[in-house]
Write a protein that binds this ligand. Sequence first.
Ligand code: DX5
Ligand code: ZN
Length: 212
Amino acid sequence: MKVGVSFISSDYDLETTIKKIDESTADYIHVDMMDGQFVETANFTTQDIKKMFKGCNKKLDVHMMVCSPNKYVRDFSKIPNVEYLTLHYESHRRPIDVINMIRHTNMKVGIAINPETKVSHIVPLLNHIDEVLVMSVKPGKGGQKFMEEVLYKIETLKDLREQNGYHYIINVDGGVNKDTIQMVKDAGADMVVSGSYVCKSDDYDKKIDSLR
Ligand code: DX5
Ligand code: ZN
């Protein structure tokens, strides 16, 4: 199981948290970008993110919780650590246009779906993407309870990938910890995002290991 660590709810300050994740065994740093419109809170601009990760060794899995994700693609393409750039299906009238924009850069492209969004909505997009981010909490903040009712989507996405020869990874975001990881594994996810479980501890590697 691959593990990305989200740093928005941590016991440490931002700089320390990012350094600790960068020095940990995490596969990715999961960057939650929020604009105060798609979700209530606003946090970083692309310029902030560029500065925050200068000198960082890990690859970034960027989760854009923003309206008009198309506006940010160019800036992200100039940040060398970004491997995946993920937009929300619910954030744009024509997600395929944004997917195509991202595909014209050197970044991989992901599509995130809110807990209430069905997989059937994104079926036409599955052939064009590298990651599906299945939200297991309402997007917007860390430390929420894992929603078991989204587990079937992981199974569906796995079946669809097998039947059609698609190549996306299935990543699960929100409320992932030692008590919920087994369900996610059993459903067939390739990767999880974990925030508070890892960052509100003093041994990041131990927590990350317990999710593998
Ligand atoms: C939720 C974010 C998540 C979140 C995960 O809006 O997308 O990445 O920070 O944090 P935990 O693991 O605490 O739910
Ligand atoms: Zn996230």
